[in-house]
Design a protein around this ligand. Structure first.
Ligand SMILES: *Cc1c(COP(=O)(O)O)cnc(C)c1O
Length: 443
């Protein structure tokens, strides 16, 4: 036998070189979050040896700042003291601890379902649930919105079932596909309630109506809506009074709820089936008690308190107003996401770099494959903990970056994208948002 001539290293280096050539080589920002001062954080340029710099984060998915909320921190701390750090096993073998059972009850109640099942992440919850649910149905056809998240696509692929894409949010196209499938075929409609890159919202009522008409199951990813929409944080489906009409609601504990983990809520038979058949649920250690207790505290808090949701929407609207008034090309939508279009990978990266190095503002560039080529953007996520002053700094910095890089402005306009909601007295908001401690710490 001759000596093998495969150059393994060259393949990896080549793969990386291709990404660099397309300006989509990813550079992670080394951040040190500060629970008390979020969205302020420390950033270490080029590795941990450098002096840290204070920056304002404008792209966090800790949408409500719950990761640092005092009730969440207290619950997690208490759970560590009582139960220790690890879960001790998989769900089947000694890892079903009491806090995770309580969390599942809380989530089932949040969505008005029989039961819920918690996974190690939202990504895994989509992978495990979509693949298992579809696989257990005979010859299931999965009808998937064209812009569904990678975790849904992976779950669908793993099911081995036939998939048909419907044009994004196009219910007429969905109906055509439902008709073509015929009445005798099992059909699963998979979509998101709020798409996080454009910030647009699905026509849930119409989808539900079609599902009923053609006897299809519905699976909705509410990852970017739970905690943030609905009177109790149940998401877009709660807001629209449609939770009962959806078969499977999937969510994350890592965005609006500020922690880690994912879940589905559904009827007892579906939950029992996924629990019993999904390898990515069965063969992995369950989330630890402290993470679960923190998430449960966040869910419980946001069931009762709407102050974070009100302030979140207020800051999103305010940010959109301010950017639009400065002629910055934001994409219109009716959600909390503020996408600012650049349209070129290299310029998007350059804008992000300049914001960070010149203005101490951190907004990660969003490039392909997260969004289409030519629609590269800065995705801005205001939180209840951003202030009016932060917004003013952001606008000034963006205008400077836009001018420096010669990016396109649009005609400045002061148009009410949506009426500003009346906001309660600021000091009130601080007190009720659990920020009191922050102020004390800052003084
Ligand atoms: C982030 C995200 C997920 C994954 O959730 P994690 O808890 O972060 O793993 C799932 N679906 C959508 C639409 C997402 O944006």
């Amino acid at each position: 036998m001759g000596k093998s001539s495969i150059n393994y290293q060259a393949h990896f280096e080549g793969a990386i070189a291709r990404l660099r050539a397309e300006s989509r080589y990813r550079v992670f920002a080394n951040l040190e979050r500060d629970a008390a001062r979020f969205p302020t954080a420390l950033w270490r340029p080029d590795g941990s040896a450098n002096e840290p710099r204070e920056v304002t984060i404008w792209c966090s998915n800790d949408y409500l700042g719950m990761g640092g909320h005092e009730v969440v921190r207290a619950a997690a701390k208490e759970a560590i003291e009582r139960h220790g750090v690890g879960a001790g096993g998989t769900r089947n073998i000694s890892g079903t601890h009491h806090p995770i059972v309580q969390l599942e009850e809380e989530l089932a109640n949040l969505h008005g379902k029989d039961a819920a099942l918690v996974f190690t992440s939202g990504w895994i919850s989509n992978l495990a649930s979509l693949s298992t649910i579809a696989e257990l149905l005979p010859d299931c056809l999965i009808l998937s919105d064209a812009l569904n998240h990678n975790s849904m696509i992976e779950g669908i692929r793993r099911s081995g079932c036939e998939k048909k894409l419907w044009r994004h949010n196009d219910v007429e196209h969905l109906e055509e596909l439902l008709i073509a499938a015929g009445p005798d075929r099992a059909k699963l409609i998979a979509f998101e309630s709020l798409y996080s890159m454009d910030g647009d919202i699905a026509p849930v009522a119409k989808i539900v109506e079609l599902a009923r008409k053609y006897n299809a199951l519905t699976y909705v990813d509410e990852v970017h809506a739970v905690g943030m929409y609905g009177d109790h944080g149940g998401g877009i489906c709660e807001r629209e009074g449609l939770m009962d009409s959806i078969d499977i609601i999937e969510g994350t504990l890592a965005k609006g709820f500020g922690g880690l983990g994912g879940y589905i809520a559904a009827n007892a038979a579906i939950i029992d089936a996924v629990r019993s058949y999904a390898p990515s649920f069965i063969f992995t250690t369950s989330l630890p008690p402290a993470v679960v207790a923190g998430a449960r505290a966040a869910v419980r808090h946001l069931k009762e308190s709407s102050i974070e949701r009100a302030r979140h929407q207020h800051m999103a609207v305010l940010t959109k107003h301010a950017l639009r008034a400065a002629g910055l090309p934001i994409m219109h939508n009716v959600s909390h996401i503020v996408p600012l279009m650049v349209g070129d990978a290299e310029l998007c990266k350059a804008a992000s770099d300049l914001l960070l190095t010149r203005h101490d503002i951190y907004i990660q560039p969003i490039n392909y494959p997260t969004v289409d080529i030519g629609t590269e953007r800065l995705r801005i996520t205001p939180t209840p903990r951003h202030t009016e002053e932060h917004v003013a700094e952001l606008v000034e910095a963006l205008v400077d970056v836009w001018k420096t890089l010669g990016l396109t402005f649009i005609e400045p306009k002061v148009i009410p994208l949506r009426p500003l909601r009346p906001i309660v007295d600021e000091s009130d908001v601080d007190a009720q948002c659990g920020y009191v401690e922050i102020k004390k710490a800052a003084e």
